[in-house]
Design a protein around this ligand. Structure first.
Ligand SMILES: [Zn+2]
Length: 425
């Protein structure tokens, strides 16, 4: 194994003691802000406009004085100063790849090997040198396919650039090439494994698949358990974006995604701009030390929950416990965030609930939250059941709502988990 590979195989990732991390973060912060200010015109402008010099940013808390750059505004920012909106530190010809995300927005990839930083995530998920990996992410326009491909090659895996679709061929290839690792969405892995089963290939009898790394969709524990118990595959999930690469990965514990030490991650209350308290829901904001694309306070629009609890795996880094939706889906009720995942969570807690929808209204200056509950055919509405739902909703949302049992046909805008009927004018 070359020295280079050893670096990527680093088993001691994210294990530094707390004091050391504080020091490392402070140093990284100062260097990144200084570098971005010097090389990325848009970052320099936003700092100048806010009256902040690089030397003013000494501690992570100082970062809060710098305004956010919102992912949702990228299309507009890039149009104003093509192609990268003044956020890149090098010209397009100095990039290795330029990807195109919906919008369109352009995602640069610099020439440093470590641009997306997925190697650690694969290692933590159990991928090793010698694995034969089927990569089912898209290879054109979107970075997903190539960014995982490159990381797998660097840790010594062999990659089958399978791309999306072609379920039958995917199942056949998985068997015939003795594939040991999968990369893609969790739902597509299940589709392939079920197809393989139809063909008569199962784990240990035709299939050699051992590990999977998934992202791009919710990954419920029930699905993880099915992969393990029915198909003998250990699957771990990761979180990242086309702008910044790896932002979190699961270790063998599978209980939250460790935040890599190469980035600075804040969790910010979208309403106040303040950091959220422990266990609270906030928007993921990233400061990225990268020579080609050094971002300072890039707001991803993703909502998550951060835990500083120690992980049994030995990593001391904080973990993103789960992704709970997008900032643009959030509704504020009585000063508290309510988001669609909480409605789904509530509905999932009681087997008698077929579906649930929250309707928010306002009288005078008071918000009201009505929880419209559709029960399964066999279930009967009762005051006791309503009281239980109120109590569970209070635990989930910290809000008090009223329950109304309705028929499925009475749901307004049934595709919405939250209907906000307040008028603000
Ligand atoms: Zn861990």
């Amino acid at each position: 194994m070359t020295e280079r590979k050893k670096e990527y195989y680093d088993e001691a990732a994210e294990t530094m003691p707390a004091e050391e991390r504080v020091r490392a973060r402070r140093e990284m912060l100062r260097e990144t802000v200084l570098y971005a200010y010097g090389h990325a015109p848009a970052t320099r402008r936003k700092m100048d406009d806010a009256g902040i010099r690089p030397g003013d940013v000494k501690e992570p808390a100082d970062l809060r004085r710098i305004p956010l750059t919102r992912k949702a505004d990228l299309k507009h920012i890039q149009k104003g100063e093509p192609p990268f909106g003044g956020l890149a530190a090098v010209p397009p010809r100095a990039m290795r790849h330029i990807y195109v995300s919906p919008g369109p927005t352009f995602d640069p990839e610099g020439r440093d090997a470590s641009h997306w930083r997925w190697e650690k995530a694969f290692f933590a998920a159990g991928f090793r040198e010698g694995d034969i990996v089927q990569n089912t992410f898209m290879y054109h326009f979107s970075p997903a396919g190539l960014m995982f491909d490159e990381a797998l090659q660097r840790i010594g895996c062999t990659v089958i650039p399978a791309g999306v679709g072609n379920t039958e061929l995917q199942a056949q290839v998985m068997k015939e090439l003795g594939v040991t690792g999968y990369v893609g969405t969790p739902s597509f892995l299940m589709t392939i494994l079920e197809k393989a089963k139809e063909f008569g290939y199962t784990s240990g009898d035709g299939l050699s698949l051992r590990v999977g790394l998934v992202t791009g969709e919710m990954f419920p524990d029930s699905l993880r358990a099915r992969f393990r118990n029915e198909f003998g595959v250990e699957v771990r999930q990761v979180y990242g974006t086309a702008d910044v690469g790896s932002l979190g990965y699961e270790c063998q514990e599978g209980n939250g995604m460790h935040v890599p030490d190469e980035i600075l991650l804040e969790l910010i209350d979208p309403a106040t701009g303040e950091p959220v308290p422990a266990g609270g829901i906030g928007e993921v904001v990233v400061t990225l030390p990268n020579r080609a694309y050094p971002l300072v306070r890039f707001a991803t629009g993703d909502l998550s929950v951060l835990s500083e609890e120690p992980c049994p795996c030995g990593r001391t880094s904080p973990r993103l416990l789960r992704l709970v939706g997008r900032v643009d889906q959030v509704t504020k009720v009585k000063g508290m965030f309510v988001h669609p995942e909480q409605v789904t969570l509530l509905a999932g807690k009681l087997p008698v609930i077929a579906s649930a929808q929250f309707v928010v209204t306002r009288t005078e200056h008071d918000d009201h939250m009505e929880m419209r509950i559709v029960l399964k055919d066999s279930a009967a509405a009762s005051d006791a059941l309503a009281a239980r739902i109120v109590e569970m909703a209070r635990e989930i949302t910290r809000l008090r709502g009223e329950v109304r049992f309705i028929a499925a046909t009475e749901l307004e805008e049934p595709e919405k988990k939250i209907v906000d009927k307040r008028k603000w004018d």
